[in-house]
Design a protein around this ligand. Structure first.
Ligand code: IPM
Ligand code: MN
Length: 354
């Protein structure tokens, strides 16, 4: 069977890193005889330029017919002053909604050789290994109304969730915890928000279905603090869309660089979309110096979740670890004892290691 993969390079460094991931997947094809078929479509700013919409219908259609989607990044200063329906981010939110990608998994794991690049002291960060499970298709990002009124002098955004939307992401988090260290931290703001009160009730109800998992509830402000002061206490964190957006950026730099962190966005049983946690980095776009590792590790997550190719996914992860441990690094990291390489060189090192 040939795996059908849609590539959505997007903007900025998106294209540079996505073709790096494709090279790595081609190395997997060679080694394991697992063929993939690739096609590319526009999303984000480049789609605005080419089709006058951040999410062309043909892009959605291709993604729906694919086995998996790899996405680079969207956005850039060129489109910053566009009206909100012509912003690149709309493309990303639109494809998440169109494919019903409700579960965003963002694993945060440090590489030993890169701990020095963390803003935290090594003894605090050492051994941290956590997974953020972020709800991705509800909450403030999609609730209506979301608009200005009173002649533009007042605004409203809506934080809306149904019980079903909460249940499915909370189930996903319990299941993820069962596969890991069986410790789930639910993050909310139940001292203030009605949505968080229902969220907390559902987490409490679900406990009975997952007796092996220990659960605690942490308010989002305290969670932000604990991620910095004691990140090793976490295994799986589950939270709603906006809290997850903020906490995952915070968590991602703990281990040195946003350039290292992959993510998977999954539907109940449909196509999965895989993208780096970082953005389009317009400041370094086109220079060939972007770190391709987050994208390459996202491709590994794709093999695991969408194609059930655990051995092949592991081969990519092992290759990345090997090269990082050999002290090769890209410009987003700093390693006085290492060798600075560009995007192509880093990719080739990983391909050779596979
Ligand atoms: C992310 C990004 C997006 C989000 C933006 C680009 C809309 O920050 O994937 O975390 O807020 O979800
Ligand atoms: Mn974000």
């Amino acid at each position: 069977m040939t795996g059908k993969i849609v590539l959505l390079p997007g903007d900025g460094i998106g294209a540079e890193v996505i073709y790096a991931a494709k090279d790595v997947l081609e190395a997997i094809t060679k080694k394991y005889n697992k063929p993939f078929e690739f096609s590319s479509y526009d999303i984000g700013g480049v789609a605005i330029d080419n089709h006058n919409t951040p999410l062309p219908d043909e892009t959605v259609k291709a993604c729906k017919n694919a086995d998996a989607v790899l996405l680079g990044a969207v956005g850039g200063p060129k489109w910053d002053n566009n009206p909100s329906d012509l912003r690149p981010e709309r493309g990303l939110l639109g494809i998440r909604k169109a494919l019903d990608l409700y579960a965003n998994l963002r694993p945060v794991k440090g590489f030993k050789k890169l701990l020095h690049a963390s803003p935290l002291k090594e003894e605090i960060i050492q051994g941290s290994d956590l997974l953020i499970v972020r709800e991705l298709t509800g909450g403030l990002y999609f609730g209506q109304p979301s608009e200005r009124f009173d002649n533009g002098n007042a605004v409203v955004d809506t934080l809306a969730y149904t019980r079903k939307e909460m249940e499915r992401i909370i189930d996903k988090a319990f299941q993820s915890a069962e596969l890991r260290n069986k410790q789930l931290t639910s993050v909310d703001k139940a001292n203030v928000l009605e949505s968080s009160k229902l969220w907390r009730e559902i987490v409490e109800e679900k406990k009975a279905d997952y007796p092996n998992v220990t659960v605690d509830h942490v308010l989002v402000d305290a969670a932000a603090m604990k991620l910095i002061t004691n990140p090793t206490q976490f295994d799986v964190i589950v939270t709603e869309n906006m809290f997850g957006d903020i906490l995952s950026d915070e968590a991602s730099v703990l281990t040195g660089s946003l350039g290292m962190l992959p993510s998977a966005s999954l539907a109940e049983d449909g196509v999965g979309l895989y993208e780096p946690a970082h953005g389009s980095a317009p400041d370094i776009a086109g220079k060939g110096i972007a770190n391709p590792i987050a994208m390459i590790l996202s491709a590994a997550m794709m093999l695991r979740y969408s194609f059930n190719m655990n051995e092949e996914a592991q081969a990519i992860e092992d290759a990345v670890e090997k090269i990082v441990n050999q002290n090769y690094y890209t410009a987003d990291l700093k390693n006085d004892n290492g060798e600075l390489v560009n995007t192509t060189e880093m990719t080739q090192l990983i391909v050779d290691a596979i």
